[in-house]
Write a protein that binds this ligand. Structure first.
Ligand code: GDP
Ligand code: MG
Length: 180
């Protein structure tokens, strides 16, 4: 008998970056299309599932891993990164330090995990809180930085306003699909 329904794919996507850059808010916006001003700083790893209908021919399930308060415990990350298909590294446009630390996050990722064929895990760089006025990092600097450090792409986002949230994830999914 024919299988019913569309073929499905499951991808593990991890979201990393310094505390308070907006990782949890981004996931909430993407999965539930909502924004809350304050989240409790829960400790542990949270999961969220986003189901996408991809070109009407396939269902994609994204298992989103939110590092939830473990950001300082870098020894945690090996377990967390295991078998990831894609990654988002986020910083806050109003926090220069969070931008500089994205390099540490990228190096941590690349040193602890890779795809099954040995290639690096595709990684998007997201410049969150673009709704704020006090930007501390120049666009040209981000552009150069993302190329120099092998990110697949970068964009400004606002989890608050819902700007470029779907589009940035769609770009990552395209790349993960090409890697299949
Ligand atoms: P996390 O620690 O990286 O998970 O960051 P949270 O999602 O908990 O967000 C930290 C704080 O930044 C919260 O007060 C959020 O409401 C706020 N925040 C998150 N995203 C945005 C955004 O796009 N714009 C603005 N203005 N604030 C945001
Ligand atoms: Mg969080």
């Amino acid at each position: 008998p024919r299988k019913r329904g569309l073929p499905e794919k499951l991808f593990k996507v991890i979201i990393i970056g310094d505390p308070t850059v907006g990782k949890t808010s981004f996931i909430q916006r993407y999965v539930q299309n909502s924004f809350a001003r304050d989240y409790k700083g829960t400790v542990g790893v949270d999961f969220a599932l986003k189901v996408l209908h991809w070109y009407d021919s396939q269902v994609i399930k994204l298992q989103l891993w939110d590092i939830a308060g473990q950001e300082r415990f870098t020894w945690m990350t090996r377990v967390y990164y295991k078998d990831a298909h894609g990654c988002v590294i986020m910083f806050d446009l109003s926090n220069k330090n969070s931008f500089e630390n994205t390099l540490k996050w990228k190096k941590d990722l690349d040193s602890k995990c890779s795809l099954a064929d040995g290639s690096p895990v595709p990684c998007m760089l997201l410049a969150n809180k673009c709704d704020l006025q006090d930007r501390k990092i120049d666009m040209t600097e981000i552009e150069k930085f993302h190329k120099d450090n092998n990110f697949i792409g970068w964009t400004e986002t606002s989890a608050k306003e819902g700007l470029m949230v779907n589009d940035s994830m769609r770009f990552l999914v395209e790349v993960m699909m090409q890697n299949e």
